[in-house]
Write a protein that binds this ligand. Structure first.
Ligand code: PLP
Length: 451
């Protein structure tokens, strides 16, 4: 059957502008329509089975048909399907989830603000920090430090924090004050012959130089993903985060860990910050918080920030920020159940064990003629394809072979995400040894098909 004569495909092409999609190519190609999910698998309309090697969008920790999440949603829907948290109103699921997040996150993170998406959460971070610094009588302390290739979302402020050209090009973002520092990815950004520790020392020195150049009194916060994911799965060099943390403390700069992907066990530790040994002032959480069954995100922050903000709300009369769905009862009820499952089934420990297997299984693919680097941590991995292994020369144009590989992967029954020419894997936390072996086998078959 010609795919475009399928009525759902045709209706999609006729009506939908897709996120992160070349719209003209989509008109020719149409969507892959996913019909249902079960465990680590999803099934298309024709019934073909795929391992969801990216857990949807780095999201579905507990698998695609967890009945307990469905039941939690139905229970809450029947009791109170919606209520808000504005103007002194509240409801139990949002209170219990806030309590749970304070308990789970590292010591010192004691206050929670809910949003529906990671982008809204990062916009909230920007506004919270600005509001706080105005309250503290230091209105000049507003700049953010972020990283090239960092990903923090697509709303106007969060897209400004994001360090990827496609999120800026032709969108005329009003410049919020952000300096993007060098991406801490040794393979791509180290100088010739520079060791990982020399590279790390250079990045820390560069950060300090930028702080001094701009003036520490003008810099509000440093934001980063513990392991940069959506920009291409790039773990930091050893010592990077403790070095950044020390600079933040020295110059009174808030440290924000964007844990939207790393949080809740992805790296085989509770949080990315715990994995890399640093303590942020603010954590941004989403995706695996509810396995994305319901849209939800949270900003978790210190009591010190809270006290400054609270004083100012008293002066002004209100905290003029919040969303209709902040703390949505169904989303927070589902998240509570999801976090209970992660604990009961020891999924963080499973991520650590299966993650080790995945990294060991993928490592030999570095010898494949197409592959420049295999990298990752825990249950997240990236394979970067290059046209010349010795010089690391990328394919021209970047993204073409990645897209071909993603198609070949689908034929092999493995869905992953091509970020340029890096093939990203981030399977559900419930994967078993057998799934991991299948992922590795199918990735190898994919590379052979693409070569
Ligand atoms: N921050 C990080 C680290 C992310 O990976 C993402 C999305 O992938 C976001 C923020 C944005 O989240 P959302 O797509 O829910 O707005």
């Amino acid at each position: 059957m010609n795919r475009l004569s399928n009525s759902l495909v045709a209706a999609d092409v006729a009506a939908v502008l897709h996120p992160y999609t070349n719209a003209r190519a989509h008109e020719q190609k149409g969507p892959l329509i996913i019909d249902r999910g079960e465990g680590v698998h999803v099934y298309d309309e024709a019934g073909k089975e795929y391992i969801e090697g990216l857990a949807g969008l780095w999201s579905v920790a507990v698998g695609f048909n967890e009945p307990r999440l469905v039941e939690a949603a139905v229970r809450q829907m029947q009791k109170l399907p919606f209520y808000h948290t504005f103007a002194h109103k509240s409801h139990e699921p949002s209170i219990r989830l806030a309590e749970k997040l304070v308990e789970m996150t590292p010591e010192g993170l004691d206050r929670v603000f809910f949003t529906s998406s990671g982008s809204e959460a990062n916009d909230t971070v920007v506004k919270l920090v600005w509001f706080m610094n105005n309250a503290l009588g230091r209105p000049q302390k507003k700049k953010f430090l972020a990283r090239t290739k960092g990903y923090h979302g697509v709303t106007v402020a969060s897209a400004s924090l994001t360090g990827l050209p496609n999120n800026h090009r032709d969108f005329d973002l009003p410049a919020i004050p952000v300096r993007h520092l060098t991406c801490p990815h040794h393979y791509r950004f180290a100088h010739d012959g520079e060791s990982e520790s020399e590279f790390c020392a250079r990045l820390i020195a560069e950060t300090e130089q930028v702080i001094l150049e701009e003036g520490p009194e003008t810099i509000a916060a440093f934001i980063g993903e513990p392991l940069m994911a959506a920009g291409g799965v790039m773990p930091p060099p050893a010592g990077y985060w403790p070095g950044i943390e020390a600079l933040c403390r020295k110059y009174d700069i808030l440290l924000v860990a964007d844990e939207v992907i790393c949080g809740f066990g992805r790296l085989g530790s509770s949080f990315g910050a715990v994995h890399y040994g640093f303590t942020p002032d603010i954590m941004v959480l989403s995706k695996q918080i509810s396995s994305s069954y319901m849209p939800l995100a949270a900003v978790v922050f210190t009591d010190e920030i809270y006290q400054a903000v609270a004083d100012n709300t008293n002066k002004i009369g209100t905290f003029g920020h919040g969303f209709t769905a902040s703390g949505h009862p169904v989303a927070t009820a589902v998240a509570l159940e999801n976090l209970a499952i992660i604990e009961e089934r020891h999924l963080v420990e499973n991520a650590r064990q299966m993650g080790d297997l995945l990294q060991v299984g993928l490592a030999p693919l570095a010898d494949h003629p197409l592959v420049g680097e295999v990298r990752g941590a825990g249950l997240i991995a990236g394979l970067e394809l290059v046209s010349d292994k010795a010089t690391k020369k990328p394919f021209d144009p970047v993204g073409k072979i990645g897209a071909l590989a993603a198609e070949a992967g689908q034929e092999e029954g493995l869905i992953f995400r091509a970020i340029g020419d890096t093939l990203a894997l981030c399977p559900p936390l419930i994967v078993t040894e057998e799934h991991v072996h299948q992922i590795v086998q199918r990735m190898e078959a994919t590379l052979n098909k693409t070569a």
